[in-house]
Write a protein of this length. Structure first.
Lengths: 115, 114
């Protein structure tokens, strides 16, 4: 089957605008993760979903960031009032059930540029 | 707070050489450790996952080991090939059933010269 897909692949926006990033996990995967990768910052965890609930939101950098997951499948990461420091590649991953033997499979990412 | 360090940051070897990449972590109460490769401009590809209770995993020319007590993991690549050139990342997940966070190292960029 298909892997994790993300859209758009690239997004350029102006400072202060809101953006929505979408992630389609592998079918049947209940666990879903969002990360971002910035130059000089490495890969940074944002949020973890198990089904539709998010037991771990510890990585969200500010209240401008939010995410939801509906139907235990598609997830949307929303960034409100974007700032230049939000520029990064946003990566989504999914795994079967979040267990210890669970491999995370990553999507290709969305490159966000805030002008 | 879990911290993950990868040494060296970059490595260049001739084709055919065996090599070892290192990953160290500060908190030994881990759930699992996963090795990934990342090609330029691409997402991450999973290579091997080692559960907390395991000591090593093997896939083809790759072997990953885990020593929780010393906070170390190694990724051994045998008979390296130019196609192995990529950035290799290790990620450590904390031992908490509700915590999805994986902490990543900054990676080792490997170049295998023909």
């Amino acid at each position: 089957g298909a892997g994790v897909s993300q859209s758009p692949s690239n997004k350029v926006t102006e400072k202060g605008k809101d953006v929505e990033l979408r992630c389609d996990p592998i079918s049947g995967h209940t666990a879903l993760y969002w990360y971002r990768q910035s130059l000089g910052q490495g890969l940074e965890f944002l949020i973890y979903f198990q089904g539709n609930s998010a037991p771990d939101k510890s990585g969200l950098p500010s209240d401008r960031f939010s995410a939801e997951r509906t139907g235990g499948s598609v997830s949307t990461l929303t960034i409100q009032r974007t700032q230049q420091e939000d520029s990064a590649v946003y990566l989504c991953a999914s795994s079967l059930d979040g267990g210890a033997a669970d491999t995370q499979y990553f999507g290709p990412g969305t490159r966000l540029t805030v002008l | 707070k879990q911290e993950v360090t990868q040494i060296p940051a970059a490595l260049s070897v001739p084709e055919g050489e065996n090599l070892v990449l290192n990953c160290s972590f500060t908190d030994s109460a881990i759930y699992n450790l996963q090795w990934f490769r990342q090609d330029p401009g691409k997402g991450l590809t999973s290579l091997l996952l080692i559960q907390s209770s395991q000591r090593e995993q093997t896939s083809g020319r790759l072997n990953a080991s885990l020593d929780k007590s010393s906070g170390r993991s190694t990724l051994y690549i045998a008979a390296s090939q130019p196609g192995d050139s990529a950035t290799y990342l290790c990620a450590v997940r904390v031992h908490n059933t509700n915590a999805g966070k994986s902490t990543f190292g900054d990676g080792t960029t490997l170049t295998v010269k023909p």
